[in-house]
Design a protein around this ligand. Structure first.
Ligand code: URA
Length: 185
């Protein structure tokens, strides 16, 4: 039987709603358990993700998996990972507001089906889009914000942690707060 989630994925993989379809190798729809309580949302696929069709599989993804496993989360078991835009922006530039606006429709449909209790925004682009347009990761990381029955939290993007390892302890604190919050749900 084809589930609604698989139907959505099939539709999304044919998307030509913005110019990014012209330069993509693969649509990166998302990865994980569609029954998960927690979703992690990044910005958009990079080169490795575009080539393989999976989110966060480069060096940043390896780091993300370490933080996840420190609180017993695993992309193959109990979380779902996706991005604000599903196609790689050329040269990894920030996705344009119009591209985000178009693509976030797919994410909204994913959220409707998954019905997560918590959404963790990885980095500025996701946090500004999903939490608040003036969100500052360095100031507001690790805090929970309730919106429409879902708790949102912003934390450092794994690529930013690779560039600036000084923020790694703060990122670990955010993951520990996430674990505590999950234990209360
Ligand atoms: N960076 C992101 O924001 N998402 C990915 O999937 C990979 C890198």
């Amino acid at each position: 039987m084809i589930t609604d989630f698989e139907k959505l994925k099939n539709e999304c993989e044919k998307c030509r709603n913005c110019e990014l379809f012209k330069t993509r190798t693969n649509v990166v729809f998302g990865k994980g358990n569609p029954n998960a309580k927690v979703m992690f949302i990044g910005e958009g696929p990079g080169e490795n993700e575009d080539l393989k069709g999976e989110p966060f599989i480069g060096r940043g993804g390896v780091l993300l998996d370490k933080y996840l496993s420190s609180i017993d989360l695993d992309r193959n078991k109990n979380i779902y990972i996706a991005n604000i835009v599903k196609c790689r922006p050329p040269k990894n530039r920030d996705p344009l507001p119009a591209e985000q606006e178009e693509c976030i429709k797919w994410l909204r449909e994913q959220v409707k089906i998954i019905k997560p209790k918590i959404i963790v925004c990885l980095g500025r682009v996701a946090a500004q889009r999903l939490i608040s347009p003036d969100f500052k990761v360095t100031v507001e990381h690790g805090k929970f914000f309730e919106k429409g029955g879902i708790l949102f939290m912003g934390t450092f993007h794994p690529a930013a942690l690779l560039r600036n390892p000084n923020n790694k302890p703060a990122a670990l604190e955010d993951f520990l707060s996430l674990r505590d919050k999950l234990n209360t749900l």
